[in-house]
Ligand binder design. Structure first.
Ligand SMILES: *[C@@H]1O[C@H](CO)[C@@H](O)[C@H](O)[C@H]1NC(C)=O
Ligand SMILES: *[C@@H]1O[C@H](CO)[C@@H](O)[C@H](O)[C@H]1NC(C)=O
Ligand SMILES: *[C@@H]1O[C@H](CO)[C@@H](O)[C@H](O)[C@H]1NC(C)=O
Ligand SMILES: *[C@@H]1O[C@H](CO)[C@@H](O)[C@H](O)[C@H]1NC(C)=O
Ligand SMILES: *[C@@H]1O[C@H](CO)[C@@H](O)[C@H](O)[C@H]1NC(C)=O
Length: 368
């Protein structure tokens, strides 16, 4: 961002802040409601009673996060690790990010780090959301949201199973991909992406959050066309698609809900319904057989920013069944106060096995 533009934006933000303050001073009923709503939105401090699962173990070798997980139909799980996110203390700030692979068909699956081809700038690799795409010839493509030097790009890799490597194909940048959090692949070079904030600058981003602006959006990207397809989110985070490929699900972390959007032939999205929850919803993953949505959540997400060993961020996994029905079933499958797993960001299932990932901590493997 140019300095001049940055200054102009600070000005606009300051003006908006001033307007908010004035609104508070001349408190009308409306502004009182808005302020209360914003407080609720940022209230991410619920304490959790433990819900345990019997057969779980921490995954060896994953110590610095497992922010996003995507599992192929054949049971190969990709795990992104080493995210450095503004305001959240990284356990290994100088270590480049990594992508791990786990074969969930094995009796005792291990995580193996994938080698990344030469020519890709590994030193600044800062992987965030990921998504896989398998073409009709069984080629596997991996889309990885990357934040090199706190910018946003989407990296496209081809997975080579013979030698557990990722060949870098291209770096995608676009003016509409400003603050990308997650992607869901629609083709070998197209995807939907969530921008979790309007601003990519750290200070402006926090101001945006503080003011409770709903400026976060969803963008469709293909080499031919790039467009905003949904807007008005407080912080659009995880995104995924229903098994019949008709609906797109978007998690709005700060608004504590999941939006169901219908996908149209021209890639536009229209709103179908919103399911309200009482936790910060992070990444969404879909059970390909049942269509259930599995969500990694932050019941007390503010603690992610504390880095206080006495006050650890909790983990929570929700399963949503029949989201399109009148009465979706929401089950709290797992919760932990941080003593085992801190800051769960994703939960993904394959054939009775569950992987739970975290923003900067470890990863849990469970047999259900
Ligand atoms: C925050 O949310 C929790 C549960 O959703 C509620 O019990 C608590 O009172 C809320 N705190 C504030 C300050 O609104
Ligand atoms: C976004 O916020 C504005 C102002 O508070 C409000 O008028 C608008 O309805 C909101 N949009 C959505 C989609 O919630
Ligand atoms: C997963 O969780 C992290 C942690 O908050 C979040 O920042 C990220 O956007 C999420 N990734 C996806 C794929 O939604
Ligand atoms: C849908 O997409 C078309 C073509 O890409 C665009 O011109 C139009 O404004 C969109 N409509 C809505 C309602 O978003
Ligand atoms: C967290 O939970 C564990 C096990 O349920 C319990 O032993 C521990 O005291 C709890 N810690 C805090 C800080 O509540």
């Amino acid at each position: 961002m140019g300095k001049l533009l940055a200054v102009a934006l600070v000005g606009i933000a300051a003006a908006l802040a001033a307007e908010r303050l004035l609104a508070f001073r001349y408190q009308t009923d409306l502004s009182r409601t808005c302020a209360a709503e914003n407080r609720n939105r940022l209230n991410a401090s619920r304490e959790v009673a433990p819900v345990t699962l019997p057969n779980c173990r921490l995954i060896k070798g994953i110590e610095t996060g497992s922010e996003d997980i995507d599992i192929l139909p054949n049971g190969l799980a990709f795990i992104s690790s080493g995210l450095k996110y503004p305001g959240i203390k990284s356990p290994a700030p100088d270590k480049p990010g990594e992508i791990f692979l786990m074969d969930l068909n094995e009796d005792n699956p291990r995580a193996v780090e994938l080698r990344i081809s030469r020519g890709f700038d590994l030193a600044s690799f800062n992987p965030h959301g990921i998504s896989t795409y398998v073409d009709k010839d069984d080629n596997v493509y991996l889309f990885v949201v990357n934040h090199p030097h706190q910018k946003s790009t989407v990296e496209l890799f081809k997975f080579v199973e013979d030698d557990n490597s990722l060949v870098h194909l291209k770096t995608i940048r676009h003016d509409l991909l400003t603050s990308v959090n997650d992607v869901v692949a629609m083709g070998p070079d197209s995807f939907y992406a969530t921008n979790d904030h309007y601003f990519c600058d750290f200070i402006l981003m926090f101001l945006e959050m503080f003011l409770g602006l709903n400026w976060s959006n969803v963008v469709y990207y293909s080499p031919k066309e790039v467009k905003e397809v949904a807007a008005g989110f407080y912080s659009a985070n995880g995104i995924n698609i229903s098994p019949d490929r008709r609906y797109i699900y978007v998690a709005d972390a700060f608004d504590h809900n999941v939006h169901v959007m219908e996908k149209h032939a021209n890639w536009n999205l229209t709103h179908v319904k919103t399911l309200q929850l009482d936790t910060l919803v992070d990444n969404l993953s879909i059970d390909p057989h049942t269509g259930d949505i599995w969500i990694g959540c932050h019941p007390n997400g503010m603690k992610l920013f504390y880095s206080d060993p006495e006050n650890l961020p909790a983990s929570e996994v929700l399963r949503i069944q029949n989201i399109l029905s009148e009465e979706p079933t929401v089950t709290r499958v797992y919760t932990d106060n941080g003593s085992v797993l801190q800051g769960s960001s994703v939960a993904s299932v394959y054939e009775g096995k569950l992987l739970i990932g975290t923003v900067f901590h470890r990863a849990l493997y469970c047999e259900l």
